[in-house]
Design a protein around this ligand. Structure first.
Ligand code: NAP
Ligand code: G3H
Length: 493
């Protein structure tokens, strides 16, 4: 049986620059350690500045030729790439599982979901149509100019995904960029780089030229600044923490940015909600993949008259979550960032010391934090505001919908919110007041389906992703104005 290290062997010692293979020496190979069992499952090369320069030169040289290929050809290549991804869902999923400690089934689903995303993008790009306008629609203008408005690629896109969806959040950047005629430089997360490299090899297998899609590995803290300030970058599409995103935005200068960042999504539960359904959505929303999702439910705001009942139902469901090994499909697995585990534990302890009530969990063994529910959290506690990126769910009790809106908005983040109520009019009024990208009514916060627009306000991001919005973000409008010298034949008729 093939092991994860067998699967990654081909991409660990060798690396590509401008399409050609090179050998990495030990001093520039970063080991990839599995958070599951601390074993070394591979290694990736840390690119030098000179190599990064070579990558961008090759990307720019290849771009006009890539953009000149018929759209149907680029779309067809993406379809073939999607097929290869789906065929290899088990192989890539197994590497992903060990690299980021994601339940095996979820890791394989991520690859399949990514194939679906690529197919949808390959089709949707064909439906992008332009616009034409005659000049006489503006006051004082004769009908003597015709603008033909279409979209063109930006050039070379720098794509930086995070560790929690290293395949899906890579393809959701790569596919819209490639299909519209851009070349891509992908800087995968250090934890997740092996899956990304394997995935890109599949793209090359089906005929995507290696200069058109290039991968640059290395620690973000070491090579990130050089990448984001590189003159060869025409757009940066980044998903990750708000801190890194804000830092990147300050450094990038006048380069268009697409930023998907952190969140502290509230689940607002009103007195008339179906409490069982709400508890089910809240628990799966808060704890799937150990809470390491930007869209995880990261706080509950529940009206106090039903709070005891809701918390009891949440606790009952939380107690049933499987904890441990992603190879056994556990929901709660060792966290990728050990500091997220200790940081979350500290916040929970501080909240309890300040009067909050520990309802479930609260204990930690190494990277593994038990799913934790903390009731009676107040606005004075850090747990109410900080994104732990860990399986921790604070519950704040509120008196009214208006208070839910106030506390919901009193956050640096604005990714999503969920409202649970049978009163649809009230849900709409609450949604109208919440300063977030998306409000889910009677459902958990989530990005998918992946063609829906996905965005955050405030520290949660800049720009919109999805399928159509990403295609638009990775292209710009170009106008061709034809000045009509011939007289308007209608005027003399
Ligand atoms: P992160 O530490 O910000 O890293 C994200 C990516 O940026 C990684 O590829 C990382 O590389 C790279 N990076 C690090 N420092 C950099 C720098 N100075 N310049 C350029 N790139 C740099 O985030 P994470 O821990 O991977 O992901 C968790 C965070 O992402 C959470 O806050 C979560 O909410 C957010 N997130 C948001 C969304 C969304 O769509 N809104 C989706 C998923 C995750 P290395 O791995 O090499 O450090
Ligand atoms: O972590 C951020 C992802 O974009 C969330 O995607 O809601 O489908 O888990 P998801």
């Amino acid at each position: 049986m093939m092991t994860v290290t067998d699967a990654t062997a081909g991409v660990t010692s060798r690396y590509r620059v401008a399409g050609g293979w090179r050998e990495s020496d030990d001093t520039r190979t970063l080991p990839v350690i599995s958070p599951v069992d601390e074993s070394t499952i591979g290694g990736v090369h840390e690119y030098t500045r000179d190599e990064i320069d070579e990558v961008f030169v090759a990307a720019h040289r290849a771009q006009p030729r890539w953009a000149a290929r018929p759209l149907t050809e680029r779309s067809e290549l993406l379809h073939r790439f999607a097929d290869r991804l789906a065929e290899n869902a088990d192989a890539i999923g197994d590497v992903l599982m060990m690299e980021v400690a994601k339940a095996g089934k979820d890791a394989r689903d991520e690859v399949v979901r990514s194939a679906d995303y690529v197919r949808h993008t390959a089709e949707d790009a064909k439906r992008i149509i332009g616009d034409t306008q005659f000049s006489d629609s503006f006051p004082g203008q004769a009908r003597n100019k015709l603008a033909v408005v279409h979209r063109v690629p930006l050039g070379t896109v720098l794509a930086i995904p995070p560790f929690n969806y290293p395949v899906n959040l890579a393809v959701s950047k790569i596919a819209p960029a490639l299909v519209t005629g851009n070349t891509v430089v992908l800087k995968p997360p250090s934890q997740g780089a092996l899956s990304a490299l394997l995935m890109c090899e599949l793209a090359y297998d089906v005929g995507v030229p290696p200069e058109v899609l290039q991968v640059v590995t290395g620690r973000g803290s070491r090579i990130g600044d050089y990448l984001v300030q590189h003159p060869g970058v025409d757009l940066i599409t980044f998903t990750g923490s708000s801190g890194t995103g804000a830092d990147l935005a300050r450094k990038a200068g006048m380069v268009p940015l697409l930023l998907e960042l952190g969140g502290k999504d509230p689940a607002i539960v009103l007195a008339d909600a179906d409490l069982d359904a709400a508890a089910s959505d809240i628990v799966s929303g808060a704890f799937s993949y150990s809470g390491q999702r930007c869209t995880a439910v990261k706080r509950v705001l529940v009206v106090d008259t039903v709070a005891d009942e809701l918390v009891a139902r949440i606790a009952e469901r939380t107690a049933k979550l499987s904890v441990g090994d992603p190879r056994e499909n556990a929901t709660i697995t060792p966290l990728v960032d050990p500091e997220a585990a200790t940081g979350a534990e500290r916040m929970v302890n501080e909240a309890v010391a300040a009067g909050a009530v520990l309802v479930h969990g609260g204990t930690r063994t190494g990277r593994l934090l038990q799913p934790t529910v903390v009731d009676h959290v107040t606005e004075a506690m850090e747990l109410a505001w900080v994104e732990p990126f860990a399986p921790v769910l604070p519950v704040l009790r509120i008196r009214s919908a208006a208070e839910a809106v106030r506390i919901g908005n009193r956050s640096e983040y604005g990714l999503q919110a969920a409202v649970f109520t049978r009163d649809i009019d009230m849900a709409i009024q609450i949604a109208a007041r919440l300063d977030v990208g998306t409000v889910q009514v009677n459902g958990r916060t989530a990005r998918g389906p992946d063609h829906f627009p996905f965005l955050g306000t405030k520290a949660s991001g800049m720009g919109t992703q999805g399928v159509r919005p990403s295609i638009e973000a990775m292209t710009r409008v170009k106008s061709l104005v034809v000045n009509l010298r011939a007289p308007d034949l209608g005027a003399s008729a």
